[in-house]
Design a protein around this ligand. Structure first.
Ligand code: HEC
Length: 242
């Protein structure tokens, strides 16, 4: 906009818009509607609205849903029970991936570990092998020399036990997650399996890798829910068809 020709014209503009903003005065005999009348109307609307629903056959998402699909479904993504729709394996992976934060500080987010300090979980025979040894390691801890993927580790203090700090369910989720991340693929570990080891093996000190050698290929017995978590290579052999 170009500058005003005369300085006064800006003042005039401002005055005019101020006048235009003013509401018109009410005629002397009229009054604004009193506040109590507003509230009364609101109350009537709420009560009437509440009556209207039940009296017209009820309102429900499936009946009144303008986006209804042929089946009269719930249009929200995944429907009302989206969480329930995850199969047990997917659910364990989802929860295990957040639970893994506990391990990731040492074994790293990519499961690669840190050379000379923390052994890798990716492609580790301790992770992919027998479930009994793996559960015992996280349940009670591990100390002393251990060789993973051809690299030797002997970190002072070893790895602390997690059995006291994590529930059987949390451990099962995390172990299912580490067995199926970063290229790992192995059967899921259930809460019942962790609980079984927990009940059978009361132990105060950490394991050594040598002590656990006899369990290298041993799987804790237990049912694995049907689905992707059961189809992995190391899953217990399916019972022979009858
Ligand atoms: C404070 C660091 C630390 C944390 C946290 C930690 N670990 Fe370890 N972990 C180690 C160390 C150190 C070793 C090697 C112990 C040894 O030298 O005997 C190890 C060894 C292992 C092993 C056996 C070797 C291998 O790499 O396969 C497994 C399996 C394992 N950890 C899984 C886990 C899981 C699962 C968690 C989370 C619940 C976890 N660790 C949390 C430090 C840690």
């Amino acid at each position: 906009m170009s500058a005003p020709a005369h300085p006064d014209s800006t003042d005039l503009d401002r005055l005019h818009s101020a006048v235009k903003r003013e509401k018109e005065d009410l005629a002397p005999e009229t009054q604004p509607a009193p506040l109590w009348a507003m509230f009364l109307l609101m109350l009537v609307a709420i009560i009437a609205g509440g009556q209207l629903g039940p009296m017209t056959g009820g309102w429900s998402f499936n009946v009144s849903n303008p986006f209804a699909t042929a089946g009269g479904g719930d249009p929200r993504p995944g429907g009302a029970g989206a969480g329930d729709a995850l199969d047990p394996f997917a659910l364990a992976m989802k929860k295990g991936s957040s639970g893994y934060a506990v391990c990731g500080g040492c074994h790293q987010g990519n499961g690669g570990g840190l050379p000379g300090q923390f052994p890798p979980l990716a492609n580790s025979e301790f992770v992919l092998g027998g479930t009994e040894r793996l559960i015992r390691i996280v349940q009670h801890g591990l100390t002393g020399p251990v060789t993973v993927n051809g690299q030797g580790f002997n970190t002072p203090g070893g790895m602390q036990p997690f059995g006291g700090a994590m529930s059987s369910q949390d451990l099962a989720n995390v172990l299912t997650f580490v067995r199926n991340s970063w290229g790992n693929e192995a059967s899921m570990i259930t809460k019942e399996m962790v609980q079984k080891v927990r009940d059978e093996e009361k132990r105060a000190s950490q394991w050594t890798a040598a002590e656990l050698e006899p369990f290298a290929d041993k799987n804790v017995p237990g049912d694995i829910p049907a689905g992707p978590g059961a189809t992995a290579a190391t899953a217990a052999p399916a019972p022979a068809a009858k």
